[in-house]
Design a protein around this ligand. Structure first.
Ligand code: FDA
Length: 300
């Protein structure tokens, strides 16, 4: 996993409140309730990325079961998103598969759905492997994520086509070697549009996860050209990022799902959001923030 630079926790907390529902499950369900009242769907993420032993993976898995039970009990419109490393991918593949299988089964019993987030490129093969194995076992309430910035993604779409996967397509947040990742913004966008078109052509359901106006315009064009209805796609955005754009999508009759993170491990998640957009640190000169957040930009 990529190391994040040290930024004081109180500072990160203050700047990043908009990205996190809160520390507790009740914070997340209250946020989802408010989103549902605005005709927005949600996906809840339990923040937990500092996993070092098996017991911690079980704690996270149980936390997800609580989330799914609460969604069910409160009749919320939300599924869950889970990071494979939070379920133990870096400790032991079979432990992760066991945790994920159990979670997906728990979700299926409640008529719900689990999205496996995609982490850095060292995890891509294993994550797609887990996805393929559980689909082969008959778990259809499971979705995966593809990152358009990775050069492999168009080939991954082809390889997955037969499974008709439910895919979240995003640019990808992790900085990888230029050997495997497009760095040029236009190349990333081209890969995104190409992958999206290929996924639609394969009949897949796609979660179009972006706040980029250019990509949203391309996506709307592809949806329109193909005459796709809301059973074939949804837009997805992160809590706190460009909410006015989300309102516009909903007003234009698109389905929109908001990614709602909560939990004790808010620090690492917030840091990644700030790395993406240091200018949100309004009261600090953004160049200072950028230097703190990107100390080794070219290192890898
Ligand atoms: P881009 O970064 O160009 O942003 C477009 C515009 O949105 C910016 O100009 C800015 O105005 C605004 N913006 C973007 N980020 C902002 C921020 N943090 N604060 C304020 N404004 C901001 N990645 C991954 O590797 N694995 C995953 O599983 C997921 N999952 C995921 C789920 C969902 C629902 C979303 C929306 C995104 C992800 N991502 C992800 C993150 C994704 O890969 C990507 O890093 C971000 O969405 C930013 O890329 P955009 O496409 O929004 O474009």
């Amino acid at each position: 996993m990529r190391l994040l630079p040290a930024v004081p926790r109180p500072l990160v907390r203050r700047i990043s409140q908009r990205y996190i529902a809160g520390d507790r499950l009740g914070d997340a369900t209250a946020t989802v309730r408010a989103l549902n009242e605005q005709a927005k769907l949600a996906t809840i993420d339990v923040l937990g990325e500092e996993i070092t032993n098996e017991e911690e993976t079980h704690v996270i898995a149980r936390a997800y079961e609580e989330v799914l039970s609460e969604i069910d009990r409160r009749h919320l419109i939300s599924n869950v998103s889970v990071k494979p490393t939070a379920l133990g991918l870096e400790l032991d593949y079979s432990l992760c598969r066991q945790n994920l299988r159990r979670l997906v089964g728990f979700a299926r019993a409640r008529d719900n759905f689990v999205r496996v987030d995609m982490e850095d490129a060292t995890t891509t093969d294993a994550t797609l492997g887990l996805y393929g194995e559980l689909r082969a076992e008959g778990f259809d309430n499971l979705g995966v994520v593809l990152q358009a910035s990775l050069k492999r993604t168009v080939a991954d779409v082809d390889a997955l086509e037969a499974l008709q996967p439910n895919v979240r397509l995003c640019k990808g947040i992790y900085v990888e070697s230029p050997k495997i990742q497009y760095r040029d913004e236009n190349a990333v966008r081209t890969s995104f549009v190409r992958s999206l078109a290929a996924l639609f052509d394969a009949g897949c359901y796609v979660g179009i996860a972006t706040h980029d106006d250019v990509l949203i315009a391309h996506a709307e064009r592809l949806v329109h050209e193909r005459g796709l209805t809301s059973d074939k796609y949804e837009f997805q955005m992160l809590l706190g990022v460009r909410p006015e754009l989300g309102d516009k999508l909903v007003a234009n009759y698109h389905k929109l799902r908001i990614y709602v993170p909560f939990g004790a491990y808010w620090y690492e998640y917030s840091l990644r959001r700030l790395q993406e957009n240091p200018s949100v640190a309004g009261y600090i000169a953004s160049d200072t923030m950028a230097r703190v957040l990107h100390p080794r930009r070219n290192g890898n």
